[in-house]
Design a protein around this ligand. Sequence first.
Ligand code: URA
Length: 190
Amino acid sequence: MSELTNVRNMVISCTNCDLCKSRTNAVPGIGNEESDVIFVGEAPGRNEDLQGKPFVGTAGQILSEALEYAGFSRDEVYITNVVKCRPPNNRQPQAEERSSCKPYLSKELEIINPKIICILGNTAYNSLLDGSAITKNRGKVIKNKDKLYFVTVHPAAVIYNPSLRQVLKDDFVSLAGILDKLRKGINVEY
Ligand code: URA
């Protein structure tokens, strides 16, 4: 069994926090285990909870559209969330829920060991880098403890602010360019 399958199985049967009581399905990450980029969102919503897969609802459609625009295919990348179970009524995950779920994200990052981690929105920013500084750091590369992060808005933000649709697409185009450089061993600015 692959290490990532192990993590998936642990996520699916996890009872570490109360979110397990209200979920339909836990939602492990999905995609290419050898991807050199991982996209990290917040937590599953209703459709994700029903299907057991990340980013399959409206925010997922926006994510897919922006990925395609920048030349990424969903199969080629790895997509996951900070919290693997849906918080009731899609409220933001609480600090204890984030911290009890954090080992799964850490394991996914350790096993896949991507060249860059794409932070989608404030919850992922806060869990991976501390603070919530999307507005200040959007479109930037941040190096922290030997890992590279690229910061952008959460796809669901586009639902409330349609002008962010193009921002997300353009950010993914920048990310694709950065990844291309990293693959060629060219230094990127951060
Ligand atoms: N929002 C997220 O952060 N993750 C999902 O999987 C779906 C919506």
